[in-house]
Design a protein. Structure first.
Length: 319
C-alpha cells in the first residue's frame, strides 16, 4: 500500500489517502500501451502517406516525361512536314503555323499567330469563309473528313501573290474549344504543268487536224485529174484499137482506178484521225481484185524479167 496525508492548521483538519501499488502500476501500463499503439498507428499512416506521395510523384514524373517526348515528336513532325500546317480556333484566330506554312505564305509564325486567318486568303473568298467553317464545324463526324481532303482553294502570300492550294481539313475539341487544322500544299507548279500539258495536247491536236486537212485537200486535188485519166482511157478503149494498144489502155485504165482507190484510202486515213470513218460492207469479186493487182504490179515484174502468177484455192469463193 502507498499512503499520503496533508494537515491544514488554519482550518484545523487534514486529508489522508492510500492506493494499492498493483492497481497504480496497471493504470500506468495501460496508458503506456495505448501511447505505444497510437504512436505505431501514426507512424504507419505517415509511412503509407509518404509511400503514396512518392509513388504518385513517380507516376507524374513518368507522365510528364512521356508528354514532353510526345510534344518534342509532334514539334519535329510539324517542323519537318512537307505540307504547310496551320491551326485556328473557333474564332478563326491562328494558333499554330509551322515552318512550311511560313515558306508558302512568306509570313513568320509570330506575324500571324493570334490574328485572323482571313489575312491569308484572297479578298473575294473572305466573306464566305466563316460560313463554310461553321458548316464544317457542325458536321456529324469529327476528325479528318474525307470529303474535305484535296479541296482546291486559293491563298494570298505576304507580297500579295495569289496561289492555288490543295487543302485537307480536320477538326478537334481541345479544352472544350473547337480547333481546326489545315494541311496546305502549294500546287502552283502542278497547275502550270497541267496547263502546259493541255497546251501541248491542243497543239498536237491542231497539228493532226492540219495534217488531215492537208491530206484531204491533196487527195481531192489529185483525184480530179485522175478521174480525167480514167474517163479518157475509157473513151479511148471504145475506139478501134490494135490488140497491143487496147492492152496498154486497159492497163492504164486499171492502174488509174487502182490509184484512185489509194487516194480514197488516204481520205479514209484522214477520216480515221477525225473519228468520222464509216465502215461499209460491199460485195466484190476476188478475181477482179487479183486482176487489178496483177495490172499494177505486172509492169515492174516484167521490167525485171519475172513472171507474176496468182493461184486461188478452189475452196475460196469468187464473191
Amino acid at each position: 500500500m502507498i499512503g499520503a496525508w496533508a494537515w491544514d492548521a488554519e482550518l484545523g483538519y487534514g486529508v489522508a489517502t492510500e492506493m494499492d501499488v498493483a492497481e497504480a502500476v496497471a493504470a500506468i501500463t495501460r496508458i503506456r500501451d495505448q501511447a505505444t499503439v497510437t504512436t505505431l498507428v501514426v507512424l504507419g499512416l505517415i509511412f503509407g502517406l509518404t509511400a503514396l506521395f512518392v509513388r504518385n510523384r513517380y507516376k507524374m514524373s513518368l507522365a510528364h516525361d512521356k508528354l514532353e517526348l510526345a510534344s518534342r515528336q509532334t514539334g519535329l513532325i510539324l517542323e519537318n512536314a512537307t505540307d504547310g500546317i496551320m491551326t485556328v480556333d473557333d474564332e478563326q484566330r491562328v494558333v499554330g503555323f509551322n515552318p512550311e506554312a511560313e515558306k508558302i505564305w512568306g509570313y513568320k509564325a509570330e506575324e500571324v499567330i493570334g490574328k485572323e486567318m482571313t489575312m491569308l486568303l484572297p479578298h473575294y473568298i473572305r466573306d464566305e469563309h466563316i460560313h463554310h467553317v461553321h458548316r464544317f464545324r457542325d458536321a456529324e463526324r469529327d476528325g479528318v473528313v474525307m470529303e474535305d481532303r484535296g479541296l482546291q482553294l486559293a491563298g494570298l502570300t505576304k507580297d500579295g501573290r495569289q496561289f492555288p492550294a490543295e487543302v485537307g481539313i480536320s477538326k478537334a475539341e481541345v479544352n472544350g474549344e473547337m480547333q481546326y487544322t489545315a494541311f496546305v500544299k502549294d500546287i502552283t507548279a502542278r497547275k502550270q504543268a497541267e496547263q502546259e500539258l493541255r497546251d501541248a495536247k491542243e497543239a498536237a491536236e491542231a497539228a493532226t487536224k492540219a495534217k488531215g486537212d492537208f491530206l484531204a485537200n491533196m487527195s481531192h486535188e489529185i483525184r480530179t485529174p485522175m478521174n480525167a485519166v480514167i474517163g479518157l482511157s475509157d473513151l479511148a478503149l471504145r475506139t478501134d484499137l490494135t490488140p497491143k494498144q487496147k492492152d496498154y489502155l486497159n492497163k492504164i485504165h486499171s492502174s488509174a482506178i487502182s490509184l484512185l482507190g489509194i487516194i480514197n484510202d488516204i481520205l479514209d486515213f484522214s477520216k480515221i484521225e477525225a473519228g468520222k470513218l464509216d465502215i461499209e460492207h460491199v460485195e466484190f469479186q476476188i478475181d477482179d481484185v487479183l486482176n487489178n493487182l496483177a495490172t499494177v504490179a505486172g509492169v515492174k515484174t516484167q521490167d525485171k524479167g519475172l513472171e507474176l502468177l496468182f493461184r486461188r484455192d478452189p475452196q475460196v469463193t469468187t464473191a
